[in-house]
Design a protein around this ligand. Structure first.
Ligand SMILES: *Cc1c(COP(=O)(O)O)cnc(C)c1O
Length: 362
């Protein structure tokens, strides 16, 4: 009898995460609009803090992240004792699945939801249950109808990726109210700062026992390369998550850079303004070309073409011009392309290339 090591149930069902493309064969300069990165990079203050850590890298980092949690709390008006920090919000999502789901448990995700929810649910041995959306918007009624006695977690991103759409607070409240008390609602706020007037779900977390918010430094603060995220939850849940968190899950460099970034409120406010202005321009220009484009509340837009073939042809045409955007067939949106809002010249070039293609086809 031959025996060999075999992975836990569910692991082999995981499809490897597909990141946004970053290279074009034969080009050394590309415009990368495929990963929703801040086109202007991290703030100068964050870069300086990063560099300053070089001389003290022989020291282990803090295990409690007290300084970073205090900075986030001060800037956002939140209780630092309800914050947990991780290597990207991806790590917080993984902690949540590890702690609250497992074999025999169901995790609700939505039709166009972010792929890490499914990956983390499967990694924990749980069963992802996919619920339909309505015209690219999360459907609260459909989620509530899908809840069973085995449901432990519900993941939605608000604003959502890759659709850019969002639910108003009343709908979030209806969802939180409708879930059984043993079921945790996770509001992924990776793009919350780009949505005018939205707190990412912080008030909802404070008002209930079963709502968690996740946030990231990867988008607004331009620190995707450094891997820093955080979660906001009732204290009992933070206590649970801290038990599985590695004591040194964030380096001294990550902690110091993130703290400087969150304290540089002027830079964040400037980028939020630029993004809103350019997002409106890009949305209008794509609509003028005859494409479908929902109002986006994030730092990207989703362009809808007549067919998958047309979407793929436009992706290839853009790539030929050194512009990388994201195909989203893997998110059940085969006729769409997700385009990060770049700087003004980037936005103009995207529109020019798509426009020239449509003229040639007409
Ligand atoms: C980019 C993104 C994240 C952030 O992931 P990090 O691990 O913090 O880089 C989380 N959720 C969604 C929906 C995202 O698009």
């Amino acid at each position: 009898m031959t025996r060999s090591p075999s992975p836990q149930p569910g692991i082999m069902e995981i499809k490897l995460y597909q990141g946004g493309a970053s290279r074009v064969e034969g080009r050394d300069q590309v415009i990368k609009l495929s990963s929703n990165e801040n086109p202007f990079g991290p703030s100068k203050a964050a870069q300086a803090a990063f560099a300053e850590t070089a001389a003290t890298l022989h020291r282990y980092p803090a295990t409690d992240h007290a300084d970073l949690r205090a900075a986030i709390g001060a800037v956002r008006g939140l209780d630092p004792d309800r914050i947990i920090c991780g290597a990207g919000s991806d790590e917080i999502i993984a902690f949540l699945c590890q702690c609250y789901a497992g074999p025999g448990c169901e995790v609700i995700i939505t039709e166009h939801g972010f792929s890490m929810y499914r990956i983390s649910a499967l990694a924990a041995g749980a069963t992802p249950v996919e619920v339909a959306e309505r015209e690219r918007v999360v459907d609260v009624g459909a989620i509530l109808a899908a809840v069973t006695e085995r449901t432990r977690l519900v993941f939605i991103a608000n604003p959502a990726n890759p659709t850019g759409t969002m639910l108003p607070n009343v709908e979030l409240e209806r969802l939180a109210d409708g879930l059984p008390p043993e079921c945790l609602l996770v509001l992924d706020g990776a793009y919350a700062e780009f949505a005018a007037g939205y707190d990412g779900g912080a008030a909802l977390v404070e008002a209930r026992d079963n709502v968690v918010m996740t946030r990231t430094f990867s988008k607004l603060y331009g620190l995707g390369g450094l891997r820093i995220g955080w979660g906001y939850a009732p204290r009992v849940i933070i206590d649970v998550l801290n038990r599985v968190r590695g004591p040194f899950n964030l380096s001294a460099t990550q902690l110091a850079t993130a703290e400087a970034a969150v304290r540089d409120e002027a830079y964040a406010a400037w980028y939020i303004g630029e993004n809103a202005r350019l997002r409106a321009w890009l949305t209008g220009a794509l609509r003028d070309l005859g494409l479908g484009c929902d109002d986006s509340h994030a730092n990207f837009v989703l362009a809808r073409f007549a067919s998958e073939k047309e979407a793929n042809a436009n992706e290839a045409r853009l790539r030929g011009e050194g512009i990388l955007v994201r195909k989203v067939a893997g998110y059940n949106l085969p006729n769409c392309l997700r385009i990060t809002v770049g700087d003004a010249p980037d936005c103009r070039r995207v529109v020019a290339v798509i426009g020239a293609g449509r003229e040639a086809a007409a």
